[in-house]
Design a binder for this molecule. Structure first.
Ligand code: SAH
Length: 225
């Protein structure tokens, strides 16, 4: 029986279409990478927010996820993923700041393996449930402080930091392949409380830093909770 019965909720019936419209808006707003747009289109964002907020899941806005944290705005998730890919393949990615796991799920559609670290235990559990509900299996979650050395044996193509940093977490550079890049929201000295998306790449003996869009993230904090 392929018919859709009354057991489908309104959000269930409309989410594919509203998500496709959201992806069209991201395209209009400058996201060019079709691989990224396809991944955003594949991830049901309403799964990652509380039921009461599901109606707003396809607005291009951050939303609260509990513990004083937020799910990132879709445009920001798309932009950071696009910058991390830079047109190339991503085999392995490290994300700092799992939150409810939305960006993690988007990355899991693009990379072979996603490592993600979250400092708040309750959010690690929430993200694990969300990723399990979507049957996403290529993610390794860790409860830890991603602003310092993780004590892991890892080498990744890209590191995406999804919390606002006042300085570059250089302790993470050792996990980055020589050709890899770190994407992070780095404090904007001209505008307190906001950051600029920044891409850091190794060049010769040093690092090259390029700045992109203005953004506003919850802060990258030390220690675990
Ligand atoms: N990637 C998430 C963004 C969540 S908000 C998404 O797709 O929606 C940022 C998250 O970073 C918060 O959950 C916060 O607890 C976490 N965070 C902040 N500092 C951290 C740190 N040092 N290590 C790991 N996670 C951190």
């Amino acid at each position: 029986m392929g018919t859709r019965g009354p057991t489908h909720t309104g959000i269930g019936m409309t989410s594919d279409r509203t998500r496709a419209r959201m992806v069209e808006r991201l395209r209009v707003e400058g996201i060019r990478d079709e691989i990224v747009l396809a991944a955003i289109n594949a991830v049901p964002r309403h799964i990652f927010v509380d039921e009461a907020l599901a109606i707003r899941a396809y607005d291009d806005a951050p939303l609260p996820i509990g513990e004083g944290q937020t799910i990132s705005q879709p445009w920001v998730v798309a932009r950071m993923t696009e910058l991390a890919r830079s047109g190339g393949a991503l085999d392995t990615v490290l994300e700092i700041g799992t939150g409810c796991g939305y960006q993690t799920a988007v990355l899991a559609h693009i990379a072979n393996t996603v490592y993600t670290v979250e400092r708040i235990g309750a959010l690690v559990a929430k993200a694990r449930r969300n990723l399990q509900a979507l049957k996403i299996k290529n993610v390794r979650l860790k409860h830890g402080d991603g602003s310092s050395d993780l004590g892991e044996d890892l080498t990744v193509d890209a590191i995406i930091v999804t919390a606002g940093a006042t300085h570059v977490p250089t302790a993470l550079f050792r996990y980055l392949r020589a050709t890899g890049r770190m994407v992070l929201p780095l404090a904007n000295p001209d505008d307190a409380g906001t950051q600029r998306l920044t891409v850091i790449e190794e060049v010769g003996n040093g690092y090259r830093e390029q700045t992109f869009d203005a953004v506003r993230f919850v802060p990258l904090l030390p220690g675990i909770a």
